[in-house]
Design a protein around this ligand. Structure first.
Ligand code: C6P
Length: 417
């Protein structure tokens, strides 16, 4: 991520002007201008994306694929255009390596079911890290149970970074797949995924990357990473909910069985035998969320116009500013201090519960998230029940951070001083 930020300048991008694209940010909450720092849960949608979805609903709505009439062909063209936009956005080799899903969770479940069906045997090992989101833990646990395989866990150090030697020690001839987050949603750690993939591939181990928190904040190139699978969600990257992507190398996708049965995923159906459609359609059963797919296409256009490298650089600036400011607050401890971090700030106080901080901030119109962030093992690793988490996006600014800091100080005064 830091790498993406190096060679580019934010000077040519007017982030104050960009903020005006987000009508939701212009509102008052509890009598204060809204400050939105819950971007890791779901980012906001710019007018350009909302308008595109609205236009589809008003003027283009029809079911996709196999429609002979004009409206259906138009809807199909708009929907399928997103596949090419995603291919270009993450630099996949072929648009047929882009599978439409309902989100990161669905993408990982697809691989945990379908990949494991043909590549995991009794006694095999599935490797994940200690700081995964539940979406990159539970599907593998379920698969391990089904195939009598073992789940192995790479530990992290006190900064929330992979312990490299332990990682290498865990790779062995029984490792069937490594499934690792690109960026931790709870700590902000950017895992060295390129290096990790290289080490796994030297031992012929395929790798799935959970990119839910990376794609919205950096330029991701799946071919450069050499990822075998890469999963992410539209709603964390200025797109709508209910839509996501699984990138997969064709050599695996062609071998993997379908995940769900129904319309669209078939070639021929009879009561005696059914044959399946080709990749990627064999994984896309039923009528898809068409408007959401078209919305993701618009979100990609929007982000590409700003430039992911510009976004990465600007967010790093805000992260550094926010980190320094938060560390000036007496008693505040940041959880997640990796050298390479994305724009997530998780913090705790010994004497104030995270929920109480979130409640006081909400009274001031400041939205953060509190709790375990669907990463209970991460909380256990750091021996805490929960954190308060402010996650930054490119439409935030230093004034937002100043409001956050003032709000936290007020919470502290209320509960402690
Ligand atoms: N994290 C957060 O507040 P879905 O729900 O399928 O779009 O994404 C799941 C998911 C998977 N991996 C990572 C790293 C994630 O951060 C998330 C979603 C949200 O952090 C909701 S818990």
């Amino acid at each position: 991520m830091a790498e993406a930020a190096q060679s580019i300048s934010t000077e040519k991008v007017d982030f104050d002007k960009i903020r005006k694209d987000f009508p939701v940010l212009q509102q008052q909450v509890k009598g204060h201008p809204l400050v939105y720092f819950d971007n890791a849960a779901s980012s906001q949608i710019p007018s350009q994306v909302a308008d595109r979805i609205d236009n589809y609903h008003r003027n283009e709505h029809s079911n996709v694929h196999r429609g002979i009439h004009t409206l259906s062909q138009k809807a199909t063209d708009s929907y399928e255009a997103t596949r090419k936009k995603v291919r270009d956005f993450i630099n996949a080799g072929d648009k047929d390596e882009i599978i439409f899903t309902t989100g990161t969770t669905d993408s990982i479940n697809l691989v945990a079911n379908s990949f494991c069906e043909c590549y995991v045997e009794q006694g095999d090992e599935i490797l994940i890290s200690e700081i995964e989101h539940h979406a990159n833990i539970v599907p593998w646990q379920m698969a391990a149970e089904k195939h009598d395989a073992k789940l192995r866990v790479i530990p992290v150090n006190d900064d929330g970074e992979i312990i490299w030697d332990e990682y290498l020690d865990l790779l062995n001839e029984n490792t069937a797949i490594l499934a690792i987050g690109h960026v931790s949603n709870a700590l902000g750690t950017v895992h060295p995924v390129k290096k990790m993939i290289e080490a796994a591939h030297q031992r012929h181990i395929p790798v799935l990357i959970d990119g839910a928190q990376a794609v919205p904040h950096s330029a991701v190139d799946v071919q450069d990473l050499d990822a075998d699978f890469y999963a992410f969600s539209a709603h964390k990257m200025c797109g709508p909910t209910g839509f996501g992507i699984l990138y997969g190398k064709k050599k695996y996708l062609d071998e993997m069985p379908p995940y769900r049965g129904g319309g669209d995923m078939i070639d021929k159906v009879s009561f005696e035998e059914t044959t399946y459609n080709i990749t990627p359609h064999k994984f896309e059963a039923g009528t898809p969320p068409i408007a959401a797919g078209i919305g993701l296409g618009a979100a990609i256009d929007y982000l590409s116009d700003i430039g992911m490298k510009n976004i990465a650089l600007y967010e790093q600036e805000l992260l550094e500013y926010a980190t320094d400011e938060l560390l000036n607050i007496d008693g505040l401890r940041i959880i997640g201090t990796a050298k390479d971090k994305a724009s997530v700030l998780s913090f705790v106080f010994d004497d104030i519960h995270a929920t109480d901080i979130g409640t006081i901030l909400d009274q001031q119109g400041i939205a953060i998230r509190t709790g375990h962030h669907c990463a209970q093992p991460t909380m256990r690793r750091f021996d805490i029940p929960a954190t308060a988490r402010a996650s930054i996006s490119f439409y935030n600014n230093k004034k937002d951070i100043d409001r956050l800091v003032a709000g936290i100080k007020e919470a502290k005064t209320f509960f402690v001083d």
